[in-house]
Design a binder for this molecule. Structure first.
Ligand SMILES: [Zn+2]
Length: 153
């Protein structure tokens, strides 16, 4: 089911999302809905808060626009390591339509999460995937790219 996307400056975007205690059928439905909503909105990543659900759930697919769909579904994602090397990239956010913003972030990260079946996983990411994962984890902590901008000034 496609959900409407919460748009800045809706205050819910600054709320902190709650960890999912257990991955259930309801979690899987949420993940499926989020993926459908993200594709519909032409995005590469979506956090549950962006459809008004304050749970630590994220979907990412950086490849689908190039014809190679590779969805990554993450419950309770946590950045457990990040590189000292930084990279500045232009980011877009479905909650802040049409405002590309340059953000400086670690170039590589390791993320720990639960998959669709609730099994613990780890992923090492660099480049665009590292950027999108950090962007989505920021959402779970109530942070938008606009807040990162303030931080850099
Ligand atoms: Zn965003």
């Amino acid at each position: 089911m496609i959900h409407p996307i919460v748009i800045h400056p809706d205050p819910v975007l600054h709320d902190i999302s709650t960890p999912v205690p257990q991955v259930t059928e309801a979690t899987r439905t949420l993940l499926d809905d989020m993926l459908e909503t993200m594709y519909d909105a032409q995005g590469r990543g979506l956090a549950a808060v962006q459809i008004g659900v304050l749970q630590r759930v994220v979907v990412v697919d950086i490849d689908w626009k190039d014809g190679a769909s590779n969805p990554l579904l993450l419950v309770n994602p946590e950045i457990v390591w990040s590189s000292d090397t930084m990279a500045k990239r232009e980011e877009l956010c479905l909650s802040i339509p049409n405002v590309p913003t340059e953000v400086n972030r670690p170039d590589r990260v390791r993320v720990r999460y639960l998959d669709r079946m609730g099994a613990p996983q780890e992923i090492d990411a660099d480049g665009m995937l590292a950027m999108v994962l950090q962007h989505e984890v920021d959402h779970l902590n109530g942070l938008l790219i606009l807040d990162r901008l303030e931080e850099q000034k």
